[in-house]
Design a protein around this ligand. Structure first.
Ligand code: CTP
Length: 411
Protein backbone atom coordinates (compact mmCIF):
# COMPACT_ATOMS: atom_id res chain seq x y z
CA UNK A 1 0.00 0.00 0.00
CA UNK A 2 3.03 2.32 0.10
CA UNK A 3 4.04 1.44 -3.45
CA UNK A 4 5.90 4.31 -5.06
CA UNK A 5 5.60 6.53 -1.97
CA UNK A 6 8.60 8.59 -0.90
CA UNK A 7 8.96 8.99 2.83
CA UNK A 8 11.46 11.21 4.64
CA UNK A 9 12.17 9.42 7.92
CA UNK A 10 13.47 11.75 10.61
CA UNK A 11 15.17 9.82 13.40
CA UNK A 12 15.67 11.86 16.56
CA UNK A 13 17.69 11.00 19.60
CA UNK A 14 16.03 8.43 21.83
CA UNK A 15 16.73 4.85 22.75
CA UNK A 16 13.77 3.85 20.52
CA UNK A 17 15.95 4.83 17.52
CA UNK A 18 16.99 1.18 17.38
CA UNK A 19 13.42 0.33 16.33
CA UNK A 20 13.76 2.71 13.38
CA UNK A 21 16.03 0.17 11.72
CA UNK A 22 13.21 -2.34 11.63
CA UNK A 23 10.78 0.43 10.64
CA UNK A 24 12.89 1.16 7.55
CA UNK A 25 12.68 -2.51 6.54
CA UNK A 26 8.91 -2.59 7.04
CA UNK A 27 8.33 0.59 5.03
CA UNK A 28 10.46 -0.74 2.20
CA UNK A 29 8.66 -4.10 2.29
CA UNK A 30 5.45 -2.17 1.58
CA UNK A 31 7.02 -0.53 -1.47
CA UNK A 32 8.12 2.84 -0.05
CA UNK A 33 11.38 4.68 -0.69
CA UNK A 34 12.82 5.83 2.63
CA UNK A 35 15.08 8.88 2.78
CA UNK A 36 16.62 9.07 6.27
CA UNK A 37 17.44 12.25 8.18
CA UNK A 38 19.24 11.79 11.51
CA UNK A 39 19.67 14.31 14.28
CA UNK A 40 22.96 14.45 16.20
CA UNK A 41 21.15 12.77 19.13
CA UNK A 42 19.99 9.90 16.90
CA UNK A 43 23.59 9.28 15.83
CA UNK A 44 24.47 8.56 19.46
CA UNK A 45 22.08 5.58 19.41
CA UNK A 46 22.35 4.16 15.88
CA UNK A 47 24.92 4.75 13.18
CA UNK A 48 24.25 6.42 9.81
CA UNK A 49 26.00 3.41 8.30
CA UNK A 50 23.32 1.00 9.55
CA UNK A 51 20.47 3.37 8.65
CA UNK A 52 21.88 4.07 5.18
CA UNK A 53 22.54 0.40 4.47
CA UNK A 54 18.98 -0.60 5.40
CA UNK A 55 17.40 2.29 3.51
CA UNK A 56 19.82 1.88 0.59
CA UNK A 57 19.92 5.70 0.48
CA UNK A 58 22.20 8.53 1.47
CA UNK A 59 21.59 9.55 5.08
CA UNK A 60 21.15 13.30 5.61
CA UNK A 61 22.56 14.69 8.84
CA UNK A 62 23.75 18.26 8.39
CA UNK A 63 21.92 21.44 7.59
CA UNK A 64 25.10 22.94 6.21
CA UNK A 65 26.13 19.94 4.13
CA UNK A 66 28.06 21.39 1.17
CA UNK A 67 27.13 18.52 -1.10
CA UNK A 68 23.40 18.44 -0.33
CA UNK A 69 22.88 22.16 0.08
CA UNK A 70 24.27 23.36 -3.25
CA UNK A 71 20.63 23.35 -4.37
CA UNK A 72 19.04 24.06 -0.97
CA UNK A 73 18.70 20.37 -0.12
CA UNK A 74 16.70 20.87 3.08
CA UNK A 75 13.90 22.52 1.10
CA UNK A 76 13.89 19.68 -1.38
CA UNK A 77 13.75 17.17 1.44
CA UNK A 78 10.80 19.06 2.88
CA UNK A 79 8.84 19.36 -0.36
CA UNK A 80 9.71 16.60 -2.83
CA UNK A 81 8.38 13.67 -0.84
CA UNK A 82 4.95 12.34 0.09
CA UNK A 83 5.25 12.13 3.87
CA UNK A 84 7.54 13.25 6.66
CA UNK A 85 7.66 10.57 9.33
CA UNK A 86 9.39 11.27 12.66
CA UNK A 87 10.28 8.09 14.55
CA UNK A 88 11.20 8.37 17.31
CA UNK A 89 9.94 11.84 18.15
CA UNK A 90 11.52 13.14 21.35
CA UNK A 91 9.93 15.62 23.77
CA UNK A 92 12.65 18.06 22.77
CA UNK A 93 11.83 17.79 19.08
CA UNK A 94 8.10 18.32 19.79
CA UNK A 95 8.95 21.47 21.75
CA UNK A 96 11.15 22.79 18.94
CA UNK A 97 8.39 22.13 16.40
CA UNK A 98 5.89 24.08 18.51
CA UNK A 99 8.18 27.10 18.50
CA UNK A 100 9.34 26.85 14.91
CA UNK A 101 12.97 26.40 15.89
CA UNK A 102 15.10 25.31 12.93
CA UNK A 103 18.59 24.81 14.30
CA UNK A 104 19.42 21.54 12.55
CA UNK A 105 18.45 19.70 9.38
CA UNK A 106 15.51 17.78 10.93
CA UNK A 107 13.85 20.88 12.40
CA UNK A 108 14.54 22.94 9.25
CA UNK A 109 12.80 20.26 7.15
CA UNK A 110 9.85 20.23 9.57
CA UNK A 111 9.53 24.01 9.44
CA UNK A 112 9.75 24.17 5.66
CA UNK A 113 7.46 21.29 4.75
CA UNK A 114 4.00 21.49 3.24
CA UNK A 115 3.60 17.70 3.26
CA UNK A 116 1.75 15.62 5.84
CA UNK A 117 3.75 14.95 9.01
CA UNK A 118 3.34 11.83 11.16
CA UNK A 119 5.09 11.67 14.54
CA UNK A 120 5.77 8.56 16.67
CA UNK A 121 6.70 9.90 20.12
CA UNK A 122 9.00 8.00 22.45
CA UNK A 123 9.99 9.30 25.86
CA UNK A 124 9.91 8.64 29.57
CA UNK A 125 6.29 8.56 30.91
CA UNK A 126 6.98 11.55 33.17
CA UNK A 127 8.15 13.57 30.18
CA UNK A 128 5.05 12.50 28.20
CA UNK A 129 2.76 13.54 31.07
CA UNK A 130 4.56 16.81 31.73
CA UNK A 131 2.13 19.72 31.17
CA UNK A 132 4.62 21.24 28.72
CA UNK A 133 4.53 18.11 26.51
CA UNK A 134 0.74 17.76 26.90
CA UNK A 135 0.35 21.34 25.68
CA UNK A 136 2.83 20.83 22.85
CA UNK A 137 0.96 17.75 21.68
CA UNK A 138 -2.32 19.67 21.59
CA UNK A 139 -0.74 22.50 19.63
CA UNK A 140 0.86 20.19 17.08
CA UNK A 141 -2.37 18.20 16.65
CA UNK A 142 -4.28 21.43 16.04
CA UNK A 143 -1.78 22.25 13.30
CA UNK A 144 -2.65 18.97 11.57
CA UNK A 145 0.32 16.89 12.64
CA UNK A 146 -0.75 13.27 13.10
CA UNK A 147 0.50 11.08 15.94
CA UNK A 148 0.84 7.34 16.40
CA UNK A 149 1.33 6.18 19.99
CA UNK A 150 3.09 6.26 22.31
CA UNK A 151 2.18 2.88 23.74
CA UNK A 152 2.37 1.84 27.33
CA UNK A 153 4.81 -0.69 28.72
CA UNK A 154 8.22 -1.12 30.28
CA UNK A 155 10.75 1.64 29.75
CA UNK A 156 14.47 1.25 29.08
CA UNK A 157 14.98 2.87 32.49
CA UNK A 158 15.07 0.16 35.12
CA UNK A 159 11.77 -0.44 36.90
CA UNK A 160 9.85 2.29 35.07
CA UNK A 161 6.65 1.62 33.17
CA UNK A 162 3.86 3.74 31.72
CA UNK A 163 2.87 5.50 28.50
CA UNK A 164 5.91 6.55 26.48
CA UNK A 165 7.15 3.60 24.42
CA UNK A 166 7.36 4.17 20.70
CA UNK A 167 4.68 2.24 18.78
CA UNK A 168 5.82 -0.93 17.07
CA UNK A 169 7.09 -0.55 13.48
CA UNK A 170 4.05 -2.26 11.94
CA UNK A 171 1.68 0.12 13.75
CA UNK A 172 3.69 3.06 12.48
CA UNK A 173 3.52 1.66 8.94
CA UNK A 174 -0.28 1.32 9.25
CA UNK A 175 -0.53 4.90 10.52
CA UNK A 176 1.59 6.13 7.59
CA UNK A 177 -0.72 4.32 5.20
CA UNK A 178 -3.73 5.91 6.89
CA UNK A 179 -2.28 9.43 6.64
CA UNK A 180 -1.51 9.03 2.94
CA UNK A 181 -4.86 7.42 2.20
CA UNK A 182 -6.82 10.09 4.06
CA UNK A 183 -4.97 12.77 2.14
CA UNK A 184 -5.94 11.17 -1.16
CA UNK A 185 -9.53 10.75 0.03
CA UNK A 186 -9.71 14.45 0.96
CA UNK A 187 -8.28 15.39 -2.41
CA UNK A 188 -11.19 13.53 -4.03
CA UNK A 189 -8.89 10.92 -5.58
CA UNK A 190 -10.56 7.86 -4.06
CA UNK A 191 -13.94 6.62 -5.30
CA UNK A 192 -15.26 5.30 -1.98
CA UNK A 193 -14.31 8.27 0.20
CA UNK A 194 -17.06 8.95 2.71
CA UNK A 195 -18.70 5.56 2.08
CA UNK A 196 -19.15 2.70 4.53
CA UNK A 197 -18.44 -0.82 3.29
CA UNK A 198 -19.30 -3.87 5.40
CA UNK A 199 -17.78 -7.24 4.59
CA UNK A 200 -18.29 -10.69 6.07
CA UNK A 201 -15.36 -13.09 5.90
CA UNK A 202 -14.10 -16.50 7.02
CA UNK A 203 -16.00 -19.54 8.23
CA UNK A 204 -18.40 -19.75 11.13
CA UNK A 205 -17.99 -22.19 13.98
CA UNK A 206 -21.15 -23.82 15.26
CA UNK A 207 -20.66 -25.34 18.71
CA UNK A 208 -21.69 -28.95 19.29
CA UNK A 209 -20.63 -28.99 22.93
CA UNK A 210 -18.07 -26.97 24.91
CA UNK A 211 -15.12 -28.61 23.09
CA UNK A 212 -16.35 -29.43 19.58
CA UNK A 213 -17.73 -27.45 16.69
CA UNK A 214 -18.86 -27.67 13.06
CA UNK A 215 -16.69 -25.63 10.68
CA UNK A 216 -15.59 -25.41 7.04
CA UNK A 217 -12.38 -24.79 5.11
CA UNK A 218 -12.80 -21.07 4.41
CA UNK A 219 -9.53 -19.21 5.10
CA UNK A 220 -10.99 -15.69 4.99
CA UNK A 221 -8.37 -14.64 2.41
CA UNK A 222 -10.90 -13.36 -0.12
CA UNK A 223 -13.00 -11.47 2.44
CA UNK A 224 -9.96 -9.92 4.11
CA UNK A 225 -8.55 -8.89 0.71
CA UNK A 226 -11.88 -7.23 -0.07
CA UNK A 227 -11.71 -5.27 3.18
CA UNK A 228 -8.20 -4.02 2.37
CA UNK A 229 -9.20 -3.10 -1.17
CA UNK A 230 -12.27 -1.18 0.06
CA UNK A 231 -10.09 0.70 2.56
CA UNK A 232 -7.54 1.55 -0.14
CA UNK A 233 -10.42 2.88 -2.27
CA UNK A 234 -11.23 5.38 0.48
CA UNK A 235 -14.04 3.64 2.39
CA UNK A 236 -14.61 3.26 6.08
CA UNK A 237 -14.63 -0.52 6.42
CA UNK A 238 -16.22 -2.92 8.89
CA UNK A 239 -15.03 -6.51 8.62
CA UNK A 240 -17.22 -9.05 10.40
CA UNK A 241 -15.00 -12.10 10.52
CA UNK A 242 -15.41 -15.67 11.66
CA UNK A 243 -12.37 -17.42 13.22
CA UNK A 244 -9.41 -17.15 10.81
CA UNK A 245 -5.63 -17.46 11.03
CA UNK A 246 -5.07 -14.12 9.29
CA UNK A 247 -3.91 -10.98 11.10
CA UNK A 248 -6.49 -8.19 11.44
CA UNK A 249 -6.07 -5.77 8.52
CA UNK A 250 -4.87 -2.34 9.66
CA UNK A 251 -7.15 0.72 9.78
CA UNK A 252 -10.28 -1.43 9.54
CA UNK A 253 -12.89 -2.10 12.24
CA UNK A 254 -12.71 -5.84 12.74
CA UNK A 255 -15.65 -7.49 14.53
CA UNK A 256 -14.72 -11.06 15.47
CA UNK A 257 -17.57 -13.57 15.65
CA UNK A 258 -17.91 -17.33 16.02
CA UNK A 259 -21.31 -18.57 14.90
CA UNK A 260 -23.77 -17.62 12.14
CA UNK A 261 -26.16 -16.20 14.74
CA UNK A 262 -23.35 -13.95 16.11
CA UNK A 263 -22.47 -12.93 12.56
CA UNK A 264 -26.03 -11.89 11.76
CA UNK A 265 -26.25 -9.85 14.98
CA UNK A 266 -22.91 -8.16 14.28
CA UNK A 267 -23.88 -7.34 10.69
CA UNK A 268 -27.21 -5.84 11.74
CA UNK A 269 -25.65 -3.76 14.49
CA UNK A 270 -22.98 -2.30 12.15
CA UNK A 271 -25.35 -1.39 9.33
CA UNK A 272 -26.24 0.87 7.54
CA UNK A 273 -23.59 0.68 4.85
CA UNK A 274 -23.43 1.74 1.22
CA UNK A 275 -21.99 -1.57 0.05
CA UNK A 276 -22.24 -4.96 1.76
CA UNK A 277 -20.21 -7.91 0.51
CA UNK A 278 -20.87 -11.28 2.08
CA UNK A 279 -17.79 -13.38 1.46
CA UNK A 280 -18.16 -15.51 4.60
CA UNK A 281 -18.73 -19.24 4.27
CA UNK A 282 -21.56 -19.35 6.76
CA UNK A 283 -22.39 -22.79 8.16
CA UNK A 284 -25.83 -23.81 6.97
CA UNK A 285 -26.70 -25.71 10.11
CA UNK A 286 -26.20 -25.54 13.84
CA UNK A 287 -27.12 -27.80 16.73
CA UNK A 288 -30.77 -27.54 17.81
CA UNK A 289 -29.41 -27.18 21.31
CA UNK A 290 -25.76 -26.85 22.26
CA UNK A 291 -24.76 -29.35 24.91
CA UNK A 292 -23.69 -27.71 28.15
CA UNK A 293 -21.37 -30.66 28.84
CA UNK A 294 -18.96 -32.57 26.63
CA UNK A 295 -20.85 -35.37 24.85
CA UNK A 296 -19.50 -38.73 26.12
CA UNK A 297 -19.48 -42.15 24.48
CA UNK A 298 -22.29 -44.12 26.12
CA UNK A 299 -20.69 -47.56 25.67
CA UNK A 300 -23.32 -48.74 23.18
CA UNK A 301 -20.95 -48.28 20.22
CA UNK A 302 -23.54 -46.03 18.54
CA UNK A 303 -22.61 -42.43 17.69
CA UNK A 304 -24.80 -39.71 19.18
CA UNK A 305 -27.48 -38.16 16.97
CA UNK A 306 -26.53 -34.59 16.07
CA UNK A 307 -29.84 -32.82 15.88
CA UNK A 308 -29.24 -29.94 13.42
CA UNK A 309 -31.42 -26.97 12.51
CA UNK A 310 -30.94 -24.41 9.76
CA UNK A 311 -29.00 -21.22 10.45
CA UNK A 312 -30.38 -17.82 9.53
CA UNK A 313 -29.37 -16.75 6.03
CA UNK A 314 -27.55 -13.47 6.59
CA UNK A 315 -27.41 -12.43 2.94
CA UNK A 316 -31.11 -13.13 2.41
CA UNK A 317 -32.07 -11.40 5.66
CA UNK A 318 -30.28 -8.19 4.60
CA UNK A 319 -31.48 -8.56 0.98
CA UNK A 320 -35.09 -8.57 2.08
CA UNK A 321 -34.67 -5.94 4.80
CA UNK A 322 -36.73 -2.83 4.22
CA UNK A 323 -34.45 -0.35 6.00
CA UNK A 324 -31.01 -2.01 6.27
CA UNK A 325 -30.57 -3.10 2.66
CA UNK A 326 -27.50 -1.28 1.24
CA UNK A 327 -27.35 0.39 -2.19
CA UNK A 328 -25.26 -2.51 -3.43
CA UNK A 329 -25.51 -6.01 -1.96
CA UNK A 330 -23.02 -8.60 -3.15
CA UNK A 331 -22.98 -12.28 -2.24
CA UNK A 332 -20.70 -15.16 -3.13
CA UNK A 333 -21.74 -18.57 -4.38
CA UNK A 334 -19.29 -21.29 -3.54
CA UNK A 335 -20.31 -24.28 -5.63
CA UNK A 336 -18.97 -27.66 -6.62
CA UNK A 337 -21.55 -28.23 -9.39
CA UNK A 338 -24.12 -26.34 -11.53
CA UNK A 339 -22.28 -23.10 -10.81
CA UNK A 340 -24.30 -20.65 -12.91
CA UNK A 341 -27.69 -22.14 -12.23
CA UNK A 342 -27.07 -22.07 -8.48
CA UNK A 343 -25.61 -18.56 -8.61
CA UNK A 344 -28.64 -17.22 -10.49
CA UNK A 345 -31.01 -18.85 -8.07
CA UNK A 346 -29.11 -17.34 -5.09
CA UNK A 347 -29.20 -13.91 -6.74
CA UNK A 348 -32.95 -14.06 -6.90
CA UNK A 349 -33.72 -15.92 -3.68
CA UNK A 350 -31.44 -13.75 -1.52
CA UNK A 351 -32.29 -10.51 -3.37
CA UNK A 352 -28.63 -9.68 -3.99
CA UNK A 353 -27.49 -7.29 -6.73
CA UNK A 354 -24.48 -9.38 -7.70
CA UNK A 355 -23.31 -12.87 -6.97
CA UNK A 356 -19.62 -13.64 -7.32
CA UNK A 357 -19.70 -17.29 -8.28
CA UNK A 358 -16.75 -19.60 -7.82
CA UNK A 359 -16.15 -23.27 -8.28
CA UNK A 360 -14.71 -24.56 -5.02
CA UNK A 361 -14.25 -28.21 -6.03
CA UNK A 362 -11.15 -29.53 -4.24
CA UNK A 363 -9.18 -29.80 -7.52
CA UNK A 364 -9.45 -25.99 -8.06
CA UNK A 365 -7.46 -25.28 -4.87
CA UNK A 366 -9.57 -22.14 -4.31
CA UNK A 367 -10.62 -22.97 -0.74
CA UNK A 368 -7.59 -21.83 1.29
CA UNK A 369 -5.48 -21.00 -1.78
CA UNK A 370 -4.26 -17.61 -3.04
CA UNK A 371 -5.92 -17.61 -6.46
CA UNK A 372 -9.55 -17.43 -7.46
CA UNK A 373 -11.51 -17.79 -10.70
CA UNK A 374 -14.85 -16.05 -10.49
CA UNK A 375 -17.87 -15.06 -12.53
CA UNK A 376 -19.89 -11.98 -11.82
CA UNK A 377 -23.58 -12.83 -12.05
CA UNK A 378 -26.13 -10.01 -12.07
CA UNK A 379 -29.53 -9.39 -13.60
CA UNK A 380 -27.65 -8.06 -16.64
CA UNK A 381 -25.91 -11.35 -17.33
CA UNK A 382 -22.74 -13.26 -16.55
CA UNK A 383 -19.15 -12.11 -16.85
CA UNK A 384 -16.27 -14.57 -16.80
CA UNK A 385 -13.16 -13.23 -15.14
CA UNK A 386 -9.74 -14.82 -15.72
CA UNK A 387 -7.95 -16.57 -12.89
CA UNK A 388 -6.43 -13.95 -10.57
CA UNK A 389 -4.81 -13.60 -7.23
CA UNK A 390 -7.43 -13.09 -4.49
CA UNK A 391 -6.09 -9.56 -3.91
CA UNK A 392 -6.65 -8.72 -7.60
CA UNK A 393 -10.14 -10.25 -7.54
CA UNK A 394 -10.82 -8.03 -4.52
CA UNK A 395 -9.54 -4.89 -6.26
CA UNK A 396 -11.65 -5.61 -9.33
CA UNK A 397 -14.80 -6.21 -7.32
CA UNK A 398 -14.26 -3.00 -5.35
CA UNK A 399 -13.53 -0.97 -8.50
CA UNK A 400 -16.71 -2.31 -10.11
CA UNK A 401 -18.73 -1.70 -6.98
CA UNK A 402 -17.47 1.89 -6.70
CA UNK A 403 -18.31 2.50 -10.36
CA UNK A 404 -21.81 1.05 -9.89
CA UNK A 405 -22.40 3.18 -6.82
CA UNK A 406 -21.34 6.43 -8.43
CA UNK A 407 -23.23 5.67 -11.64
CA UNK A 408 -19.96 5.46 -13.57
CA UNK A 409 -20.21 2.33 -15.70
CA UNK A 410 -16.50 1.64 -15.23
CA UNK A 411 -14.73 -1.07 -17.15
N1 CTP B 1 -24.83 -16.86 3.28
C1 CTP B 1 -25.30 -16.19 4.38
N2 CTP B 1 -25.88 -16.88 5.39
C2 CTP B 1 -26.02 -18.21 5.33
C3 CTP B 1 -25.55 -18.92 4.22
C4 CTP B 1 -24.96 -18.21 3.21
O1 CTP B 1 -25.19 -14.96 4.42
N3 CTP B 1 -26.60 -18.85 6.35
C5 CTP B 1 -24.25 -16.09 2.18
C6 CTP B 1 -22.79 -16.33 1.94
O2 CTP B 1 -21.99 -15.41 2.66
C7 CTP B 1 -22.67 -16.11 0.43
C8 CTP B 1 -24.02 -16.55 -0.09
O3 CTP B 1 -24.91 -16.47 1.00
O4 CTP B 1 -22.53 -14.75 0.12
C9 CTP B 1 -24.05 -17.92 -0.67
O5 CTP B 1 -23.43 -18.83 0.21
P1 CTP B 1 -23.34 -20.37 -0.15
O6 CTP B 1 -22.75 -21.09 0.99
O7 CTP B 1 -22.74 -20.53 -1.50
O8 CTP B 1 -24.87 -20.72 -0.34
P2 CTP B 1 -25.99 -21.33 0.58
O9 CTP B 1 -27.01 -20.30 0.84
O10 CTP B 1 -25.39 -22.01 1.73
O11 CTP B 1 -26.68 -22.33 -0.41
P3 CTP B 1 -26.40 -23.87 -0.70
O12 CTP B 1 -26.55 -24.56 0.61
O13 CTP B 1 -27.43 -24.21 -1.70
O14 CTP B 1 -25.03 -23.96 -1.28
Amino acid sequence: MLNGKEIVLIISGGIAAYKSLDLIRRLKERGARVVPVMTSGARKFVTPLAVGALAAEKVFTDLFDREAEHDVGHIRLARDHDLILIAPTTANLMAKMVHGIADDLATAVLLATDKPVLAAPAMNPKMWQNPATVRNLETLQKRGIRFVGPASGEMAEKGEAGVGRMSEPLEIVAAAEAVLRDQRAEAGELPLAGRHVLITSGPTHEPIDPVRYIANRSSGKQGHALAEAAYAAGARVTLVSGPVELPDPANITVVPVESAADMLKAVESHLPADIVIMAAAVADWRMASEGAQKIKKDGSGKPPALNLIENPDILATIGHHTSLRPDLLIGFAAETQNLLQNARSKLERKKADWIIANDVSPETGIMGGDANTVRLVSKDGVEDWPQMDKTDVARQIIARAAAALTGDKGS
